[in-house]
Design a protein around this ligand. Sequence first.
Ligand code: AMP
Length: 291
Amino acid sequence: MAASPPAIEVVADPAVLRAAVLAARADGRRVGFVPTMGALHAGHLALVARAAAECDLVAASIFVNPTQFGPGEDFERYPRPVVADLEALAGAGVRWVFAPPVAAIYPPGHATRIVVDGPAVGFEGAVRPGHFSGVATVVCRLLLAVPADAAYFGAKDWQQTLVVKRMVCDLGLPVEVVVCPTVREPDGLALSSRNAYLSAADRRRAVALQESLALAAEMWLTEAPLAVIEAAMRDRLEAGGVAVDYAAIVAADSLESVTAGSAAVALVAGRLGSTRLIDNRLLPPRGEAGR
Ligand code: AMP
């Protein structure tokens, strides 16, 4: 009878986990890492499944990172269903869960932050000042604790994937960044831990994000100028009751203006009640930039 795989281990100490991951890699095992803030849903578990398919061992982290929340944002009320999360990760075959206390990530007196320019400017970076600095800092710190072969991120947070890739490249971090497709509800709403905040009425309205992106994809295939498409995206969101933060089409790899032949991404973000939602859709290159 084959030996059963080792049970899931919850590790709070970064040094302990780093040693375990390095030992596994020295043993020839490929390690995948899925950073999360918990409140896990099928989107997170798809990242874990991809990591498990591509790696011998998977580590996931659960850490609600205070530095990526702005004043007045939902850090305090962010859902923390720890037991359910650990059960889900155990069921998905995760070997290690890194669940550090805040002081293990931000030691007393901490004074170091990573600031990313380029893809971190604009969009979420403009609406949430300091957000991507918090993200870059924590991802770097998490990657030091979990020195994996590959780290898995969701395309749902498209700008975040660009920021992480930029930081990994600029700091020469020895990890492969893998971006996985967005997992959606049957009506197209991207799964998000924040969807749980939505009232029943706002949940119905939230389909406007997906509809706005579908409209963008449809119009993108025509010769419609970008400004016309962006206005239509915004109209669709507003008709659905969304207070729009942005609705834009930009180059997928830089978030700068679309140029002829570059792959593009449609980005939307806005608020329904007190809940902030973001989504995006990749668009194929089209012959001419229409702006
Ligand atoms: P979070 O817990 O929100 O920080 O997300 C952790 C990771 O899961 C990030 O890489 C997200 O982009 C990814 N993620 C969140 N929602 C989804 C989704 N619906 N589909 C795929 N990945 C997702």
